[in-house]
Design a protein around this ligand. Structure first.
Ligand code: GLP
Length: 266
């Protein structure tokens, strides 16, 4: 895992946007895995900015979102489809047909989940998957105890997740108890994963993700099995990492190497 520490949420967002924009420029028809939650909001703002000011072109980009609440129509203010429309899709030149979010109102969930997996395959697989992390270390809605080989499926939210996400609803009662989520196995098949985390309330989850044992109790820890993972954290979220100094040294050494290489005549 490559761990990049940045001062704050703004710089974390900018750094994540650099990776994403570089991919979109290099491969205009790339497949992006997208996440919801408060963490990636700054990243989406930065992408919108680059689209408007620097002509970052999303016309051929294909996206797949990680998850969706069951029972909420796409128009509901707290549905993840609505979140994506508001915070990204409606503000860039992406083709709406290329954007995929699981349908929380599907009648046959099993068939819908299988179809979602197939659509990812048919698009050629996910090139870069953006991830946030829950306070208990979950990715997407893969709650503690989820199989590390799991695929897209229906999942019951853990009580902590319901409590955490109640801030977006009028009351805890209104938070859906079920979601459709990509599985840990689905996520691990992405060519590259980029996990973002900010704030002291994520410090324990980040430590367990990066340095803890690989365990289904912290589904983000399964990323240790992936060969290309970038973790971008702010100072607060990095505060419990035991090897923090080392991660900084690695980044500094790589930065020096890149600078040396780019100053050499080609
Ligand atoms: C939910 C989402 C996750 C997200 C997590 C953290 O559980 N399903 O994908 O990572 O919330 O959200 P936030 O970024 O708001 O802290």
């Amino acid at each position: 895992m490559r761990v990049i520490e940045e001062p704050d949420k703004e710089t974390v967002s900018r750094r994540a946007a650099e990776f994403l924009a570089e991919l979109v420029r290099r491969r205009p028809d790339c497949v992006l895995g997208l996440a919801t939650g408060s963490t990636p909001l700054g990243l989406y703002q930065e992408l919108i900015h680059q689209h408007r000011e620097e002509q970052l072109d999303f016309s051929q980009v294909v996206t797949f979102n990680l998850d969706e609440y069951v029972g909420l129509p796409p128009t509901h203010s707290q549905s993840y489809r609505h979140f994506m429309q508001e915070n990204l899709f409606s503000q860039i030149n992406i083709n709406p047909e290329n954007t995929h979010v699981p349908d929380g109102r599907a009648l046959d969930f099993e068939a819908h989940c299988e179809q979602y997996e197939r659509a990812i395959q048919e698009a050629g697989g996910i090139d870069l998957q953006i991830l946030g992390v829950g306070g208990d270390g979950h990715i997407a809605f893969n709650e503690p105890g989820s199989s590390l080989g799991s695929r897209t499926r229906l999942k019951t939210l853990a009580p902590e997740t319901v409590r955490d996400n109640a801030r977006f609803f009028e009351s805890e009662q209104e938070v859906p108890r079920l979601a459709i989520t990509m599985g840990v196995g689905t996520i691990l098949e992405s060519r590259r994963c980029l996990l973002m985390a900010c704030g002291l309330n994520k410090a324990r989850a980040v430590q367990a993700t990066v340095e803890g044992p690989v365990t289904a109790q912290v589904t983000a820890s399964a990323l240790q099995l992936h060969r290309d993972v970038i973790v971008i954290v702010d100072h607060d979220a990095a505060s419990m990492l035991a090897r923090r100094e080392y991660y900084r040294e690695v980044e500094e050494a790589e930065r020096r190497l890149r600078a040396e290489r780019s100053s050499q005549p080609s």
